[in-house]
Write a protein that binds this ligand. Structure first.
Ligand SMILES: CSC[C@@H](O)[C@@H](O)C(=O)COP(=O)(O)O
Length: 361
């Protein structure tokens, strides 16, 4: 019988408000923030109070609920028009994770079915809750599909945080690691600290330690030596946007890991729900890469670690070509050695739009 591990859920809807666990201050402080206006939700996504592609999508869906409430109060029967600027501000919060645009578009589709004479909030809230629950369910399914790929006593490396905190609960890459641990297949997890924002040391280490999953934190630059030592089986990561040929954008440093893994014969698993696939783009070169504040690199917790006015580059993501990926695990199934043709098996009803979702926002 499958043991169901309960994990933290970083997004809650309670008392007609959205509540987010503030990921900027973890692991030292567990602070929940309440949101009742959509612009504050857009700002929270931008500032990474909430982060991780699926979590951003779920949060944006609730942001649309709040925006619709505001539009109904301010514009009555013209609420649909009044809603559009707020949706644009939500969509402008972060550019790379496609789940954001997917969730806003799905909420907009619900808007299109509603009467202009009635408050849209109940129907939109129901839709946002559905998106929320579907993500938890997808994570559980992916967890098992991914764990089934692992041999007994596997030693794995993960990068960034693709855990419960990055989703509605359970996690994508960490969902596989959690399920693998439950199934007795995980011997040890190496966690990259993930400079510059330190999602690995602050968030992934916190999640794994809470559950007693054996882990070691390491500097990102230690990955090559770990692989050369010969005791690593899989690199397991999440994704922010997957192109229709399987090229995958994920946290900066993932590409370097995949190149190292290829050289050392270590396998690479990408775990992401189908809401992370952008069928409208052919390959990874079309994925917009977010540039974040220079201070994320030149400072740590407000303390300068570089000369004043140093020139900094801070791309938040990189693209790993499909040829370096051994398996893409989704809730619709696993694609081994992904290619444009093989990715098609994951397609259900998605339309093959020519414009990318983010272009349409
Ligand atoms: C399930 S999360 C997958 C990705 O979103 C994750 O690996 C990642 O890159 C998150 O980046 P972040 O900048 O912290 O939002």
């Amino acid at each position: 019988m499958t043991r169901l591990l309960q994990t933290i859920e970083p997004i809650l809807w309670r008392d007609e408000q959205l509540h987010l666990l503030d990921q900027r201050v973890l692991p030292h402080t567990e602070n929940w923030l309440a949101f009742y206006d959509s612009d504050a939700v857009a700002e929270a996504i931008k500032l990474m109070v909430v982060r991780g592609a699926p979590a951003i999508g779920v949060t944006a869906a609730y942001g649309v609920v709040l925006a619709a409430r505001e539009a109904w109060f301010s514009a009555g029967e013209n609420w649909q028009e009044a809603l559009i600027p707020a949706l644009k501000r939500l969509a402008a919060s972060r550019p790379t994770a496609v789940n954001l645009f997917w969730a806003i578009e799905r909420m907009q589709q619900t808007c299109n079915t509603l009467s202009k004479y009635e408050s849209p909030e109940p129907a939109l809230l129901e839709q946002a809750k559905r998106i929320h629950q579907e993500d938890v369910k997808a994570n559980r399914t992916m967890g098992q599909y991914g764990a089934d790929l692992l041999d007994n006593d596997s030693i794995v490396l993960t990068h960034c945080n693709a855990g419960a905190l990055a989703t509605a609960g359970f996690g994508t890459a960490l969902g596989v690691i959690r399920q693998g641990f439950i199934d007795g297949k995980i011997e040890h997890v190496y966690v990259d600290e993930t400079r510059p924002w330190l999602q690995g040391s602050r968030l992934t280490a916190w999640e794994l330690m809470q559950e007693g999953i054996p882990m070691t934190l390491q500097a990102d630059v230690a990955a090559g030596a770990l692989m050369a030592g010969g005791r690593l089986d899989w690199v397991i990561v999440g994704a922010d946007r997957i192109a229709s040929n399987g090229d995958t954008a994920n946290k900066i440093g993932t590409y370097s890991l995949a190149v190292l893994a290829k050289y050392h014969g270590v396998k690479v698993m990408v775990v992401a729900p189908t809401t992370t696939i952008d069928w409208s783009i052919e390959n990874g070169s079309q994925i917009p890469i977010e540039q974040r504040a220079h201070s994320e690199v030149s400072e740590i917790e407000g303390h300068a670690i570089a000369p004043a006015k140093v020139h900094v580059s801070n791309p938040a993501f990189d693209v790993t070509p499909a040829a370096l990926i051994d398996a893409i695990v989704t809730e619709e199934g696993v694609v081994s050695s992904p290619s444009k043709e093989k990715m098609q098996q994951l397609k259900k009803e998605e339309k093959n739009d020519t414009n990318s979702i983010s272009d349409r926002m």
